[in-house]
Design a binder for this molecule. Structure first.
Ligand SMILES: [Zn+2]
Length: 229
């Protein structure tokens, strides 16, 4: 068994996937929609452990997993799909292949420490040791380009500081989600050398969808699964 991790860009887009409702290529792997699970993604801090019956959630007439922004599975060949266009996709791989997780962490998910809650769930429900986890961060908007109104900015900073996360000297209105998420991963017990990120800003790179740049309703997709090979 091994863990398969995939971060898509504009080449692998959510709108096309929903229009086709067919098996699709993610990189060179053909993914079956019958083995894939999509969360509703409502900017919550809810974590959901998938079972076999959740396969196909989000495709055709099968509803997405309601009210959650983080999915976990311990089932081989079940793929978890997260869609983003500025928010961060985070894929968690267990070195011992007991489980995997896919997390959507934007401003709200980050200020609620959704990633920390996901690691806690992996630990408590599936006996995954945080020190065994590898965290893969995909492309998201950087602190220079993510600008919010002052009230939202102050609230984010307050939430983060109350949980012991460091904001630093940011410019008024700017939010550095990646810095917050990395601190949360470390606080959850994941060694810093097991936190991998490509440092690509969706707002800057034309290869990615960016909601803030284009007001697009399309999203890149990220996937993770345990595979038998
Ligand atoms: Zn940027």
């Amino acid at each position: 068994m091994k863990t398969w991790v995939f971060f898509g860009d504009k080449q692998c887009d959510y709108r096309n996937l929903m229009a086709n409702q067919k098996n699709f290529f993610a990189g060179d792997r053909l993914i079956s929609v019958t083995n894939t699970v999509i969360a509703e993604q409502v900017a919550s801090d809810k974590v959901y452990i998938c079972s076999i019956k959740d396969n196909r959630a989000g495709f055709n007439s099968h509803p997405q997993i309601p009210g959650v922004d983080a999915l976990i599975t311990a089932i081989p060949n079940q793929f978890l799909l997260i869609r983003t266009a500025d928010c961060f996709p985070i894929l968690l791989e267990d070195k011992k292949q007991r489980a995997v997780a896919a997390v959507h962490s934007g401003r709200e998910g980050t200020q609620l420490n959704l990633i920390g809650k996901t690691v806690k769930t992996l630990k408590e429900k599936l006996h995954v040791i945080p020190q065994d986890l590898i965290a893969h961060l995909g492309a998201g908007i950087c602190g220079k380009h993510y600008i919010v109104d002052e009230v939202t900015w102050r609230y984010y900073n307050k939430c983060m500081e109350q949980q012991g996360f460091y904001i630093g000297k940011t410019t008024l209105g700017h939010i550095d989600l990646q810095s917050g998420i990395i601190q949360q991963l470390i606080a959850a017990g994941i060694p810093s050398n097991q936190i991998l990120h490509n440092n690509v800003c969706t707002f800057e790179s034309p290869l990615y969808f960016s909601y803030r740049r284009d007001k697009t309703d399309n999203r890149q997709i990220s996937l993770i699964g345990l595979v038998n090979e």
